[in-house]
Design a protein around this ligand. Structure first.
Ligand code: UDP
Length: 403
């Protein structure tokens, strides 16, 4: 769908759009690019697929490049991701060597004559060492780095010092021991994307039917990559508690990201654990690689669960709130910045399975309560988590660095 910034007037009003144009006009002659490690799967690809065309639309020349990794490299960088989020993981010399080698090699595939480089997450972070630095570089960190493995963090810091700014998603991730500017910019969702735009009930029903999702019982859903931090096994445990009190189904809407080799292993583990319930048709797995289907599932589900044990931000939460869905989510990482408990959803302790099940049951039994939370949810996203705000924040940062 051809879209321009003016389409967003209906959602955020003319003032916001005029402000974006005003900011963009200060850096019209600039040329920037984003770099990450996958164009499909997960929140980073989701954000860039919307943000990059919008930046070009408002006159800031913007590219999007992908680091060329291989399977072994992504095994290593997933280990890094886990260690930075606090998992005890052994990082070997060989891991570090491969990490640097792939980045070094990639530097030979690309040139940089841009005014600013925006690097997302740990995978391409060391690339900065393999170029002669002639412009500001920004490191955009999407993960929860509040309690990283000290050894790996020390290693990363030496590279991060070359960056001009690090962007983090919440104040809690600020690192006292990283002596560069750190700016809090929460991620955001695009209200007009295929995943988030309004669709009517008939379209929702069609997509639910096309995916063979049965509709005779209430549905609890978690939409997530298959990742240990998303705690799919915990989701199963909560569901087992809930179904003793309310007859319902559990849907895993999942995807496998190209830069996340752990996904298949976790999928197999959860599948094995849910074997009996799958046979009975009470636990369902659907591949969410179709945005209209994800949109439909988030609207159709009676409760959306996000039972993460760590969560950099959790776009799935904002997406569900925007659709007015009743959400029960763990009070971890970026989630409490999106949900005020009892106002626009429920926050739970990720280790308290009974407490989580209680909230889900409450929402299944009282759909009116879910509607009220959902309608507050939509307004909270309109105020703080739409892509127009994110675009404005990026423009502010670029103006500060480039003018
Ligand atoms: N997603 C999807 N299909 C799925 C599972 C996830 O399209 O089956 C999308 C989801 O809608 C969201 C993104 O992947 O836009 C996940 O972002 P989030 O910040 O929640 O988590 P991340 O994967 O980045 O850790």
């Amino acid at each position: 769908m051809l879209r321009s910034i003016e389409n967003y007037i209906e959602v955020v009003g003319r003032e916001v759009v005029a402000d974006i144009h005003r900011k963009a006009s200060r850096i019209y002659d600039k040329h920037v690019f984003h770099l990450n490690s996958t164009f499909v799967g997960g929140g980073v690809a989701e954000i860039l697929s919307r943000l990059v065309p919008m930046m070009n639309d408002i006159g800031v020349d913007t590219g999007w490049r992908i680091l060329h990794g291989n399977h072994a490299f992504f095994e290593v960088t997933k280990k890094f991701h886990n260690a930075l989020q606090g998992q005890k993981t052994k990082i070997t010399e060989e891991d570090l060597r491969l990490y640097l080698e792939v980045n070094d090699e990639f530097s030979g595939y690309t040139h940089i004559d841009h005014d600013c480089v925006i690097v997302h997450d740990p995978q391409p972070m060391p690339l900065i060492r393999f170029f002669k630095k002639r412009q500001p570089w920004i490191w955009r960190c999407h993960i929860d780095i509040s309690d990283p493995s000290p050894e790996l963090w020390d290693f990363m810091k030496d590279y991060l010092l070359r960056y001009d700014v690090a962007i983090i998603s919440t104040e809690e991730y600020r690192k006292k021991d990283l002596p560069i500017e750190q700016r809090v910019i929460p991620p955001a969702i695009d209200p007009l994307s295929t995943k988030n735009r309004h669709i009517d009930e008939k379209t929702v029903a069609e997509h639910i039917a096309l995916a063979n999702i049965p509709t005779d019982k209430p549905l609890i859903t978690q939409v997530s990559r298959m990742d240990p931090w998303k705690d799919p096994e915990g989701v199963l445990d909560v569901y087992e508690r809930v179904r003793k009190r309310v007859d319902c189904r559990l849907l895993f809407c999942y995807e496998l990201a190209a830069d996340d080799p752990e996904g298949v292993r976790i999928y197999q583990k959860v599948h094995r654990k849910a074997h009996e319930l799958i046979k009975r048709g009470d636990v369902i797995f659907v591949v969410g690689n179709n945005d209209l289907l994800v949109n439909s599932i988030q609207r159709f589900s009676n409760v959306i669960l996000q039972k993460s044990t760590r969560e950099g931000f959790g776009l799935t939460v904002a997406e569900s709130l925007w659709k007015g869905a009743p959400v029960v989510a763990s009070a971890v990482g970026g989630i409490p910045s999106q949900i005020t408990d009892g106002h626009n959803g429920f926050l739970v302790d990720p280790t308290d399975y009974d407490g989580c099940a209680d909230r889900v049951v409450e929402l299944l039994k009282h759909p009116k309560l879910g509607k009220k939370l959902g309608s507050n949810g939509r307004e909270s996203v309109r105020e703080r988590f739409l892509v127009t705000r994110l675009l404005g924040d990026y423009l502010d940062l670029l103006i500060d660095l480039l003018r």
